[in-house]
Ligand binder design. Structure first.
Ligand code: CP
Length: 320
């Protein structure tokens, strides 16, 4: 594995290797000295053409924990505002000597375009491209589910037995796409719930049922995980959701829906959350909520991905 652009192309063995290495990386966080020398003298650039809190900071923490030198690039305040292209930005930063590129962009396919170009010959990690994919989010989500299912005995385990219901703005969600591929590869059952206006037209050809009745699916599918998605107003050409109160009532994890779930049901959200729209305070702040665990686990997952791509190791031999 040289780049990480999509979870669709990850084999089960590759995915399990990353999850298992992340188990070791998570142990580093519990040490007094939270650092490994793995990427000493290597430079990683975080190229963020689109806003981010979790992913950008999580990559930066992961890179620093592996002793990499870190360059943070944000399109705001850069020469992008003077019209500089992605190509010239990548060429410019490459000329300064970087060993890996982490890229977030609002246009689907940007990470792949860079990886397939001759603008750079270093590993490219997709940190979210438009509505397309967000592979490290899916990896951290699967890591979180596996940890809740198997605890300290997670290593080597897949997600057989998990029934994951992903609810909300499927149309614009790179998180839903990346999770669909990875969860399926790891043996979980996946269902989607979305309003008709936020259901992808190609949804019928995906290996997943897209339903419109949240309550019925909660009864019929009996999910072990309910993953709520943010309404992505910034990706909507027109107002596909006219009334947020009605959206909350029909497609939100309301207080009433939440308290009707079994106490073992895991509640997830990739963030940032629109409280009172796709998720209620009661659900977001409950013991069943894994939202902050997802954030914590993101660091270990990103350390594992950087380790695998930048050292070209597929074995757990990093001395963590
Ligand atoms: N989950 C996620 O990608 O969040 P950010 O947009 O804050 O990075």
């Amino acid at each position: 594995m040289f780049n990480l652009i999509s979870t669709k192309s990850l084999s089960k063995a590759e995915a399990l290797t990353i999850l298992d290495i992340a188990e070791d990386m998570a142990l580093v966080e519990q040490r007094e000295v939270k650092k490994l020398p793995t990427l000493r003298n290597q430079t990683v650039v975080n190229l963020f053409f689109e806003d981010s809190t979790r992913t950008r900071i999580s990559f930066e923490v992961a890179e620093k924990r592996l002793s990499a030198d870190v360059i943070n690039f944000s399109a705001k305040g850069s020469s992008v505002s003077k019209g500089e292209s992605v190509k010239d930005t990548v060429l410019t930063l490459g000329a300064m000597g970087v060993d890996a590129i982490v890229i977030r962009h609002s246009e689907s396919g940007t990470a792949q375009t860079i990886a397939e170009s001759d603008w750079t010959h270093v590993p490219v990690i997709n940190a979210g491209d438009g509505s397309n994919e967000h592979p490290t989010q899916a990896l951290l989500d699967c890591f979180t589910i596996r940890k809740r299912m198997h605890g300290k005995n997670s290593r080597g385990k897949d997600l057989s037995g998990a029934r994951v219901l992903i609810v909300g703005d499927i149309l614009h969600s790179r998180v839903a796409r990346s999770n669909l591929w990875l969860l399926t590869t790891l043996g979980a059952e996946v269902r989607f719930v979305a309003p008709p206006t936020l259901t992808p037209t190609q949804g019928d050809t995906w290996p997943v049922v897209v339903d419109g009745d949240f309550d019925q699916v909660l009864t019929d599918f009996a999910p072990t995980v309910v993953m709520m998605l943010r309404i992505q107003h910034e990706r909507m050409d027109s107002s596909l959701v006219s009334n947020l109160d009605e959206y909350h009532r029909m497609f939100g994890l309301t207080r009433e829906r939440f308290i009707s779930l079994p106490e073992t049901t895991i509640v997830m959200h990739p963030g940032p959350m629109n409280r009172g729209v796709e998720i209620s305070d009661e659900a977001a702040d409950s013991a069943q909520s894994a939202v902050l665990e997802q954030v914590t686990n993101g660091i270990a997952i990103r350390m594992a991905v950087l380790y695998v791509l930048m050292t070209q190791q597929s074995e757990v031999s990093h001395g963590a």
